[in-house]
Every structure is written in structure tokens, then in C-alpha cells.
Design a protein around this ligand. Structure first.
Ligand code: PMP
Length: 347
């Protein structure tokens, strides 16, 4: 079984390693947190009223939405609900590591489809990988670590070609991409969409995610989901987070502007990169990727080595923060690259 240990030790630096919001959440969330009384903490959390608020925000019915302890719990619960011995879970790779981690905790077989060197969504080969045993297809859209996307038509076609399977479309990075398939939840009988509050909303520490799908599938999901996995602080903060669209739009806009500037700096430095629709960019550093990551950390910037992802040897993922942060990151990047070129770094 695959285990996952996030490389989280001592992150007192610029955090461009976990695709989080790199600054802070909405002030409305912080104000709400400050109002929570000691008495309120004595109660068990009540998820349903907040699920109704989130469902209305998404244009869905409350029964179609389940809040979860981050999308990680959503993936875990979905896999536990729909996978058993003899089943197959199909996914393109490289992709978000936790799909394979949670799939390997079930008795299902993991079937991966390697993307080509361009890391574009391998649609035709995924379709070819569908069998009568395929019970879950997991797609991150946009994908991590590549930043590439699947089109709505491709996702629809996958749902149609695998009616026996649940198609999980993980829209963790939706706010940076802007395209969604959420409007088809309830229309397609096997589509389940995941969203997180860990990225654009800046609430990774609160652990909040959701699954949205047809009522009959969500009923099964709720049987497996713990009633109290979303704590009361997270539940209290969700409505003000949803209401503050001005903050969300500002942050996403800031990241997109910073991404364009950072991509231009990568091009100027001659670093190969993959086109991204999310708040990160995958770059090709080559054989000295580990030294590069160390040099960046020494310069106060944390980035993520993705060399162990399938087909990603030598590649490093860099989260996009604000324009001011990315200017600092470019300075660190350029001096790390020149240190690598001169061979000055030998550790
Ligand atoms: N899905 C994808 C594609 C991700 O990249 C991540 C975070 N790295 C998650 C889900 C996990 O989100 P959460 O913090 O809500 O568990």
C-alpha cells in the first residue's frame, strides 16, 4: 500500500510548494473566527445547514452536496464507497498523488494512463483504458502537477463511455481556470465534482472540501462519510468565505497576472515549462533538480520537486503567489540557475 508523508517540515519561507493561497484568507473569515465563543466549541458540528448554503451558492440542491474534511477526505470516502475487489480505478498520470494513495487502500486495481511528454490530457488512451470493471475515473481539472486541462466535451464523453463508473472531476483549481462542469451535476447520472477551499479561498488549515453529485450516489457517499469530519470552526467560516467574492476575484486575478509575469521570466531564462491553467507552473530543471530546490530554499523560497511523479524526472512545480512574491521568486530562480550553471553548488 502506498503511504504519503507530505514534506512539510519547517516552512517558514515563501510557500511556493503546496499550491496554497500564499498570503491570507478573506478578512471576513478572520473576523468570523474571532467571534466564535468558548461555548460554541462545546457543541458537535452541524453540517447540514451549511451544506444547504453551499448548495444554493452552487445552484444545486442540498442533497446533492456533501461537505468534507478537505478534498482529500472526499476522495477517500468516494473510493471507499464505490470500489471493491475486482474493480478498477482509472486515472491519467502524472496527477494528484492522493488518488493513488487512497485507491491503493481499497481492494481495487489502479490503472494509470501515462501522459505524453507534453503532459496534455491523454483522452484517447483513457477511453481505451475503460473496461467493464472500471468503477471510478479520477480526473483533476486542471491537473496537478502539469496544469493541463480536459475539455468539457472530453469529460462528457468519458462519462458516457463508462456508465458503470463514477467520474470524479476534481476542480480544486477551478478559481484559476474559470471553467467548470458543476452545472451538469444531477444531469449526468455518474458525474461527481469535487471542490476545495484550500486553494483560492486560502483555508487549507481549516480543511474544507465538498463533493457534488446525483442524489442517489450522494446517499451512498453519506453512509461512509463521518457526520462530524468537518469541524465547527470550518463550518462557521464557510458562509463568510463564500460571500466575499471580491476577495476571491482579487486573489485569482492577482495570481493570473503573476503567472503571466513569471512565465515570461521563465521563458527569458530559457527554462522549459508546461502551459498551466492553475496557480502553479511545472518547470524542467533537469538532472540537478534536487540542488535547485535546495538553492531556492536557501534563498527563502520553497518549491516542490516532482521528479518522482511518473514521467516527471527533473521537473519542479512552482506555486504562483502574488506579483510581489513572484518578483522575489524570479530573483531566487535566476541566481539558483546561474549557480547550477557555474557548478558552484556541490552539496
Ligand atoms: N485535489 C487536487 C488536484 C489537489 O492538488 C489538492 C491539493 N494539493 C487536493 C485535491 C487536496 O485538497 P484539500 O486541501 O481540500 O484536501
Amino acid at each position: 500500500m502506498k503511504e504519503y508523508h507530505p514534506p512539510l517540515g519547517s516552512r517558514e519561507a515563501m510557500r511556493l510548494d503546496f499550491n496554497e493561497n500564499t498570503i491570507e484568507c478573506s478578512p471576513r473569515v478572520r473576523d468570523r473566527l474571532a467571534q466564535i465563543s468558548a461555548g460554541a466549541l462545546t457543541r458537535y458540528p452541524e453540517r447540514e445547514p451549511v451544506e444547504a448554503i453551499v448548495a444554493a451558492h452552487l445552484g444545486l440542491r442540498a442533497e446533492q452536496v456533501a461537505l468534507t474534511n478537505g478534498v482529500d477526505e472526499a476522495i477517500h470516502v468516494l473510493f471507499e464507497t464505490f470500489l471493491e475487489a475486482g474493480d478498477e480505478v482509472l486515472m491519467p498520470v502524472p496527477t494528484y498523488t492522493m488518488y493513488e494513495v487512497y485507491a491503493s487502500a481499497t481492494d481495487a486495481r489502479v490503472v494509470t494512463v501515462q501522459a505524453a511528454d507534453d503532459l496534455q490530457f491523454p483522452f484517447d488512451r483513457l477511453v481505451a483504458g475503460i473496461t467493464s470493471q472500471t468503477k471510478v475515473i479520477a480526473i483533476a481539472n486542471p491537473n496537478s502537477p502539469s496544469g493541463s486541462v480536459a475539455t468539457r466535451e472530453q469529460l462528457l464523453e468519458l462519462a458516457r463511455r463508462a456508465p458503470q463508473a463514477v467520474l470524479l472531476v476534481d476542480e480544486a483549481y477551478f478559481h484559476f481556470f474559470g471553467e467548470t462542469i458543476m452545472d451538469l451535476v444531477g444531469t449526468l447520472p455518474n458525474l461527481v465534482v469535487a471542490r476545495t477551499f484550500s486553494k483560492a479561498y486560502g483555508l487549507a488549515g481549516l480543511r474544507l472540501g465538498l463533493l457534488a453529485g446525483p442524489v442517489d450516489l450522494m446517499r451512498w457517499v453519506r453512509r461512509v462519510l463521518s457526520p462530524y469530519s468537518v469541524n465547527s470552526l470550518a463550518l462557521a467560516c464557510l458562509p463568510p468565505a463564500l460571500e466575499d467574492t471580491a476577495y476571491l476575484n482579487w486573489y485569482a486575478g492577482e495570481v493570473l497576472a503573476a503567472r503571466a509575469e513569471f512565465e515570461a521570466a521563465l521563458d527569458a531564462a530559457g527554462v522549459r515549462r508546461w502551459p498551466s491553467r492553475a496557480n502553479f507552473v511545472l518547470v524542467d530543471i533537469g538532472a540537478r533538480h534536487a540542488e535547485f530546490v535546495r538553492l531556492m530554499r536557501d534563498a527563502g523560497v520553497l518549491v516542490r520537486d516532482r521528479s518522482r511523479d511518473p514521467g516527471c524526472d527533473g521537473r519542479v512545480r512552482i506555486t504562483i503567489g502574488t506579483r510581489a512574491q513572484m518578483k522575489q521568486a524570479v530573483t531566487a530562480l535566476n541566481s539558483a540557475l546561474s549557480a547550477l550553471q557555474t557548478g558552484g553548488e556541490t552539496r
